[in-house]
Design a protein around this ligand. Structure first.
Ligand SMILES: NC(=O)C1=CN([C@@H]2O[C@H](COP(=O)(O)OP(=O)(O)OC[C@H]3O[C@@H](n4cnc5c(N)ncnc54)[C@H](O)[C@@H]3O)[C@@H](O)[C@H]2O)C=CC1
Ligand SMILES: O=C([O-])CC(=O)C(=O)O
Length: 326
């Protein structure tokens, strides 16, 4: 076959999927880079600031011969370039600084997420949206309401990150490989998150049999404080390596349809006895987006922890509902 014949053939077999990352800051640029290096899709990086997405995209593409990835990476300020994306990751917004809570970002980030979502829907009406911007549970809710998309196409990233942090603390504590450790953190992505030692294991052995109750309590507290601990060190912003890796793991599960079970921020309609709010629960991710929510039998303590989490999210949602964004 000659070159011209190849081009004349049905080109759809050569077409990569398309991922747009909105926000070319710390989380967005890192996520775009990780997704490109894994050849998940062709990547479009968009930001309001002129030059930043273009410069970072060009820099990433420059690394492709060395890191050996063929995905294209394009930087832009124009949503027309994001058209027909399969997946959109929203990281646009401000990050907190020492002394702030994630909830302090609510008013400004709600406006940004609403504006971004409107632009995404206009150009990629069939995409799946993954939201990263904080305060996470309330921002995913904003994206759902503004987009009018079904709930399985609007998902938030937090549980993968919180669980990964917990896994790293358990691996460090026991001096075992990270590959042997699983952990589950449910609930909102705030001070009320619910780490579940009962569902955390080392090579299948419940951690509750390997780590004392007191030490486990400290690990759970450190997990819940994980984002703030990084902010206290950085001073200028918040974590981005682990958050970017976490959202790219979710993107991979969807793009490659590999049906991974991951803790995701999902819209609950009756599951866990809750209704009308986003909260972190175990989910199955595949080509359809959020394909199933898995309901666990929780102890009374765990269920009341989840309820406290939901009440904190409900307070934020009440504020958002009154902002008149949708
Ligand atoms: N869900 C989670 O677990 C996590 C959430 N986050 C959140 O992610 C967000 C981003 O964090 P970073 O990347 O560290 O912040 P950053 O400040 O480095 O980047 C944010 C980017 O968003 C851009 N932006 C602002 N308004 C925009 C708009 N209307 N359209 C397009 N781009 C816009 C900014 O120009 C900036 O480049 C923050 O809200 C942070 O709290 C961060 C880590 C974990
Ligand atoms: O702490 C923050 O503000 C960013 C975040 O959500 C995290 O790193 O968990």
């Amino acid at each position: 076959m000659r070159w011209s014949d190849i081009h004349a053939a049905d080109s759809s077999v050569f077409t990569r999927k398309k991922i747009t990352v909105v926000g070319a800051g710390n989380v967005g640029a890192t996520a775009a880079f990780l997704a490109a290096t894994q050849e998940l899709a062709n990547i479009v990086l968009i930001d309001v600031v002129e030059g930043i997405p273009q410069g970072k995209a060009l820099d990433m593409r420059g690394s492709s011969p060395i890191l050996r990835f063929d995905s294209s990476v394009t930087g832009t300020n124009d949503y027309a370039d994001t058209a027909n994306s399969d997946l959109v990751i929203i990281t646009a917004g401000i990050a907190r600084k020492p002394g702030m809570s994630r909830d302090d970002l609510l008013a400004i980030n709600a406006g940004i997420v609403a504006d971004v979502t409107r632009n995404i829907v206009k150009h990629s009406p069939d995409c799946i949206i993954l939201v990263v911007t904080n305060p996470l549970d309330a921002m995913v809710y904003t994206a759902l309401r503004v987009s009018g998309f079904p709930k399985h196409r609007v998902i938030g990233m937090a549980g993968v990150l919180d669980s990964a942090r917990m896994r790293s603390f358990i691996a460090d504590e026991l001096e075992v490989s990270i590959n042997n450790v699983t952990a589950f953190v449910l609930g909102g992505h705030g001070d009320t998150m619910v780490p579940l030692p009962r569902y955390s294991t080392v090579a299948g052995i419940p951690v509750t049999e390997l780590i004392s109750e007191q030490r486990m309590k400290e690990i759970c507290e450190r997990t819940a404080d994980g984002g703030a601990e990084v902010v206290r060190y950085l001073k200028t912003g918040s974590a981005f390596y682990a958050p970017a890796a976490s959202v790219v793991q979710m993107a991979e599960a969807i793009i490659r349809d590999n049906k991974r079970v991951l803790p995701c921020c999902a819209y609950l309609e009756g599951e866990y006895g809750m209704n009308g709010y986003y909260l972190g629960v175990p989910c199955k991710l595949g080509a359809g987006g959020l394909e199933a929510i898995i309901e666990l039998d929780l102890t009374e303590d765990e269920q009341s922890g989840l309820l406290r989490s939901m009440e904190a999210v409900a307070d934020l949602v009440k504020v958002i509902d009154e902002l008149g964004l949708y």
